[in-house]
Write a protein that binds this ligand. Structure first.
Ligand SMILES: [Zn+2]
Ligand SMILES: [Zn+2]
Length: 352
């Protein structure tokens, strides 16, 4: 079999560089490890960009149980196919592909049969059950990879793979109301806001109290209003999506909604939701979570992203600086999405 050599010619010795997570709560370490080999239905992909998602932070911080150790994080992966298994011929060498969070499903559980593969009983997730994209190469099941609209370069396409895609799934559950609240104005919200505004909705952006920079960012993207999460918006919300991981936001969002509204919790992890008065839920309000994605979500979202010119605000980091990217995400140090790009140059003398 023939494969193209990596940009640094490192394919020859069968190894690659990766930012590896060994233990929760500790920094990722730069490691040289074997390049994984694809199975018959899989692709070997040279990573050209990998977004940093809040889920990565929850895994790295031990807020989600580890499924695999050591582990390579990263599930917003864009790259080029360098090797396709014999049952992965829907892609060929050189094709650009995106690898999302949903790595595989069983195909035969009740959820898979009911078109709810996002709830599959035996799934695998990229960068959690399978190694992800904080590396030079990744192996992915071809049936779960996406083609990405040409209008986005690799750097700006990476956040679409989770922030965009799962944000879109959450958005699709908010109904037809005009006034949409977004709690936590990070990577996902800044994409969802643009879709909602494009569809004629009014967006109300809620941030950590006093986070004037993020509020200004939201207004710059067209939000009708931006303010502190504990402040009532100027109108009653028809629906809200909570992207932040603070459970306190659930009663706060309910209090800001009108009767019949839906509040969608879009994160994989949330701190405990405090007790709240039933009156906040009364009036047929609904609180629900959104879990993972289906491939149909991906097809629908990328079709939309090809039509709506989404402005993706990206903060690039070298792969070797993945720890810095995670720390900056934790600290809320940037607007939009952090994306790792394949720069592995060492300036610290670390032997890799
Ligand atoms: Zn299943
Ligand atoms: Zn994610």
């Amino acid at each position: 079999m023939s494969i193209d050599n990596g940009p640094s010619g490192q394919f020859a010795d069968g190894t690659m560089l990766a930012m590896r997570m060994d233990t929760a709560g500790q920094a990722l370490s730069l490691a040289r490890i074997p390049i994984p080999l694809p199975g018959e239905g899989e692709l070997l992909i040279r990573v050209t960009a990998c977004g940093v998602c809040r889920t990565d932070l929850h895994i790295a911080d031990g807020e989600l149980p580890l499924h695999k150790s050591p582990l390579i994080l990263g599930h917003e992966v864009v790259g080029r196919v360098v090797l396709a298994g014999k049952r992965a011929q829907q892609f060929s060498c050189g094709n650009r592909v995106g690898v999302p969070w949903l790595g595989s499903t069983c195909g035969h559980c009740p959820y898979c049969h009911e078109q709810h593969e996002n709830l599959c009983d035996s799934p695998s997730f990229t960068g959690y059950d399978r190694d992800g994209g904080y590396a030079e190469y990744i192996v992915a099941d071809a049936n779960y990879c996406f083609r990405i609209p040409d209008s986005y370069d690799d750097l700006h396409a990476a956040p679409l793979l989770c922030a965009g895609l799962i944000g879109y799934r959450a958005y699709a559950m908010t109904g037809a109301g005009q006034h949409l609240g977004l709690y936590g104005f990070g990577a996902a919200a800044h994409i969802v806001a643009q879709i909602a505004i494009h569809q004629g909705k009014q967006v109300y952006a809620f941030t950590r109290p006093g986070d004037l920079r993020s509020q200004e960012f939201a207004r710059s993207l067209g939000a009708a209003w931006a303010g502190d999460a504990n402040v009532a918006p100027p109108v009653r919300l028809d629906a809200a999506i909570i992207f932040a991981s603070s459970g306190e936001l659930v009663p706060q969002a309910l209090a800001a909604t009108r009767k019949g509204a839906t509040v969608v919790c879009a994160g994989i992890h949330m701190s405990d939701v405090p007790r709240f008065a039933y009156a906040l839920l009364w009036g047929e309000r609904c609180v629900r979570s959104v879990a993972n994605l289906t491939r149909a979500d991906g097809e629908a979202f990328f079709a939309l992203a090809g039509q709506v010119p989404l402005h993706i605000n990206v903060v690039p980091y070298a792969m070797k600086d993945a720890n810095q990217a995670l720390n900056d995400l934790r600290a809320g140090a940037f607007d939009g999405a952090a994306v790792l790009v394949p720069d592995w140059t060492q300036d610290t003398g670390v032997d890799v």
